[in-house]
Design a binder for this molecule. Structure first.
Ligand code: UDP
Ligand code: MN
Length: 260
């Protein structure tokens, strides 16, 4: 239960909204963990049971933001990541952003949650891929971006409604600005992943390959500078911040249509 976790973490004295700071030092970075989310309560409870203790052992200053898509029905992971970034910055001056699937749990404390100057793909040794990755250009699961690089890449694409390729889009986008992903060593960047079925409201996107083919051409039009959404509710819980989002798909796609 989430309420039990509140008690468990009381001794760390998080500020409302789940702002945790190490008690013995002043970290250089302020980390926002952004979780694109809908209807995964079991996974969220496991995530919140697991992450704060590990991050506190690592002496990280952090807040977890759960970005829940209320509407429309078809889920858009990268869009929730963009919105999470913008909303987190309204709360505090975060310098490092880790975009994190709710169903990946780090199992090695040496997998440090901080940003370097490069964008970093962190899901390197993933249980469901036999503690590997499905292909070399896999950028799924978890990525870390310092704020400066989010600004440089105009964030992520807003147009991937449904499952697939929104993560592959990150590679070409970084290429345009002359960057590529770094990766931590596989011995550290290990993740446990529960088995689950495909969610209702997240069918394979029929547009995904067409969008991906076009990724490099859209970067300056489709991203942080073109995102439109409404915040329906911000819940500052004791150990995390839960933000509910309503999106108008048609409005977003008007921007995209010009480029596709
Ligand atoms: N997700 C979610 N609700 C959904 C679909 C996706 O919360 O209905 C989020 C969740 O954080 C999940 C991530 O998006 O971990 C990636 O989706 P999924 O787990 O379906 O991808 P896969 O397991 O195929 O990599
Ligand atoms: Mn999953």
């Amino acid at each position: 239960m989430l309420e039990d976790l509140n008690n468990k973490y009381e001794k760390y004295k998080p500020e409302l909204g789940g702002k945790f700071k190490p008690l013995e030092c002043q970290p250089r970075q302020k980390l926002a963990i952004i979780i694109p989310y809908r209807d995964r309560r079991r996974h969220l409870i496991d995530f919140l049971s697991h992450m704060p203790p590990m991050l506190l052992r690592q002496q990280v200053e952090f807040t977890i933001f759960v970005i829940e898509q209320d509407t429309p029905e078809i889920f858009n992971r990268a869009l929730m990541m963009n919105i999470g970034y913008l909303e987190a910055l309204k709360q505090d001056d975060y310098s490092c952003f880790i975009f994190h699937d709710v169903d990946m749990y780090p199992i090695n404390d040496y997998n440090i949650y901080q940003c370097s100057t490069s964008p970093t793909h962190m899901a390197v040794a993933v249980e469901k891929w036999k503690f590997g990755m499905p292909y070399d250009a896999y950028y799924g699961g978890i990525v870390a971006y310092p704020k400066t690089i989010m600004e440089k890449t105009n964030g992520f694409s807003n147009l991937y409604f449904g499952w697939g390729c929104e993560d592959d889009d990150l590679g070409p986008r970084l290429e345009v600005v002359g960057l590529k992903f770094a990766r931590p060593p596989a011995v550290y960047a290990r993740y446990a992943t529960p088995v689950h079925s495909r969610d209702k409201g997240n069918p394979k996107s029929p547009d995904r390959f067409r969008l991906l083919k076009n990724a490099k051409n859209r970067i300056w039009y489709d991203g942080l500078n073109s995102v439109v959404y409404n915040v329906s509710k911000i819940e500052k819980k004791k150990i995390y911040t839960h933000i509910h989002i309503a999106v108008d798909r048609q409005k977003l796609e008007e921007v995209g249509k010009l480029m596709i």
